[in-house]
Write a protein that binds this ligand. Structure first.
Ligand code: DQA
Length: 139
C-alpha cells in the first residue's frame, strides 16, 4: 500500500507553532514514528506553504497512489483550487486536521476539501494522521 501525507502551510512549524493547539512534536519526528509503526505501508510525506505546489503534488500522486492524507491547513478554508484537485483525482483523499476546527473560529468551520474527500478526521491531535492510515488499511 502506497500512501502520501500532504501537509499545507505552516505545518512545517509543528513543535514550535502554537503548541497549546498543535502540540510539541515536530512532524519529522512524528513521521519517523509512523514509518516505524506502519512498516508494511510505503509512506511518503510532502509539505508546502505554496498552494500551487500542493495542487501539483495531488495531481502527481492522485492517479497512482492508494491514498492521499491531506491536511491543507489554512487553505482548507479558502482554496477552491485545492478542492477541485481533490475532486479531479481518482486516488481517495482523507482530509485530516490536528485540531477540532469546529470548536474554533467560524471561518475554520468551512472546508473546500470535504466535498471531494472520502472522509474527514479531525481533532485527535497528530493521532488524526494515524487514524487516517488505519482507515486505508481497514478497506
Ligand atoms: C489545521 C486547522 C486549520 O484551521 C489551520 O489553519 C491549520 C491547521 C489543523 O490541522 O488543525 O493550519 O488544519
Amino acid at each position: 500500500m502506497k500512501l502520501i501525507i500532504i501537509n499545507g502551510p505552516n505545518l512545517n512549524l509543528l513543535g514550535k507553532r502554537e503548541p497549546e493547539v498543535y502540540g510539541n512534536k515536530t512532524f519529522e519526528d512524528f513521521f519517523a514514528d509512523l514509518q516505524f509503526k506502519f512498516k508494511a505501508v510505503q509512506l511518503e510525506y510532502f509539505q508546502s506553504n505554496i498552494e500551487g505546489e500542493l495542487i501539483g503534488k495531488i495531481q502527481e500522486t492522485g492517479f497512482s497512489y492508494d491514498g492521499i492524507i491531506l491536511n491543507a491547513a489554512a487553505y482548507t478554508h479558502t482554496s477552491v483550487g485545492l478542492g477541485d484537485a481533490v475532486k479531479a483525482v481518482s486516488t481517495p483523499v482523507v482530509e485530516v486536521h490536528i485540531s477540532n476546527t469546529h470548536k474554533r473560529e467560524e471561518y475554520r468551520h468551512v472546508s473546500y476539501i470535504s466535498p471531494g474527500a472520502k472522509g474527514v478526521i479531525l481533532g485527535f491531535g497528530l493521532q488524526s494522521y494515524e487514524l487516517a492510515i488505519k482507515s486505508f488499511l481497514a478497506d
